[in-house]
Ligand binder design. Structure first.
Ligand code: ADE
Ligand code: ZN
Length: 326
């Protein structure tokens, strides 16, 4: 079989996907029209042309602007339904989806509209595509810890439908320790914990995610490679890293995909996985990310299969469900 067929045929879990980042320009225009929202672009081509980023903040500014077309439960349903339909073709059988409630509640959209729309699409995905999924509520780190606490309180009626909390948005200047108390509260409620760390931020932010937040996995983690003792620790603890190659390239975390450290991570014993992050903005879904590293770094099929296997052992699925996927 050719490489594309092999990759699509590998059952895989996606562990690092911002659902707002799966908003394709075509759907952005359709929702803008449906909701009477004005967007600062004349065409789908103009939107795509704007996706030329020099760093994380550059991207985030456009990502938050795009999310403004999302207003109703139906919008969130349509957004997630489009993601599931797309990744069914990529061999995704399980997805742990991050959503950023504050991006919406701060615009007056009710938390219930956001989560009920996502949950209804998740039910359809399981029925129609056999894809299981769960939700990760991500706090925006450029906002205060009090704002994160308020979001956790709003989520209270749905805590049995939320698997984990995460931490995303502008990393530099917003270290994990800023959110120590809210993550402790989330853990008390039985939620799993993940956090973006070491995407643009220094290795110390990865240390803080481990020691202060008590994370169950690390989103990105690239800059951990600058700290040999940290690499050793992550390997020893079997900590999963949710790596996003096309994102890393588009956000200039790596200058060239040919310099991507995915194989260095595996060689150092790190439990790396391959994910899409914000596929509508970074030019590819999860199978595109597998193909990108296979091509740019010459990963063989055994390495690709290892990465797919890591996506299940690094998931928040119960042990029996993980075993059923291996
Ligand atoms: N929000 C959406 N994508 C993100 C990323 N790659 N890093 C931080 N925050 C994000
Ligand atoms: Zn991310």
């Amino acid at each position: 079989t050719d490489l594309d067929t092999f990759i699509a045929g590998l059952p895989k879990a996606e562990l690092h996907l911002h659902i707002e980042g799966s908003l394709e320009p075509e759907l952005m225009f359709a929702l803008a029209a449906r909701n009477g929202v004005t967007i600062p672009f004349a065409s789908v081509e103009e939107v795509r042309a704007a996706y030329d980023f020099s760093n994380l903040q550059d991207f985030l500014d456009i990502y938050y602007a795009g999310a403004q077309v999302l207003l109703t439960r139906q919008d969130f349903h349509d957004l997630a339904a489009a993601y599931f339909a797309r990744v069914a073709a990529d061999g995704v059988v399980h997805a742990e989806i991050m959503f950023d409630p504050q991006t919406h509640t701060d615009r007056g959209v009710a938390f219930a509209e956001v989560i009920e729309g996502l949950l209804s699409a998740m039910a359809v995905a399981e029925a129609e595509h056999g894809i299981t999924s769960s939700l990760i509520l991500s706090f925006l780190r450029h906002l205060s810890e009090d704002a994160a606490f308020a979001t956790l309180a709003e989520a209270e009626p749905w805590l049995d439908r939320i698997t984990a909390v995460g931490l995303d948005s502008s990393e530099l200047g917003h270290p994990p320790e800023k959110f120590a108390r809210v993550f402790a509260a989330a853990r008390e409620k039985g939620l799993k914990i993940t956090a973006h760390a070491g995407e643009e931020g220094p290795p110390d932010y990865v240390h803080q995610a481990l020691d202060v937040l008590g994370v169950d996995r690390i989103d990105h983690g690239n800059r951990a490679l600058e700290d040999p003792a940290l690499i050793e620790r992550l390997a020893r603890e079997g900590m999963t890293l949710t790596v996003c190659p096309l994102s890393n390239h588009k956000l200039c975390v790596v200058d060239d995909l040919a310099d991507h450290p995915i194989d260095a991570m595996l060689a150092r014993g790190l439990k790396a996985t391959i994910n899409s992050d914000d596929p509508a903005y970074f030019g590819g879904y999860v199978a595109d990310n597998y193909r990108a590293v296979a091509t740019a770094r010459g990963l063989d099929r055994a390495a690709l299969a290892r990465l797919a296997r890591n996506s299940f052992t690094g998931s928040f699925l119960p042990e029996e469900a993980v075993a059923a996927h291996l």
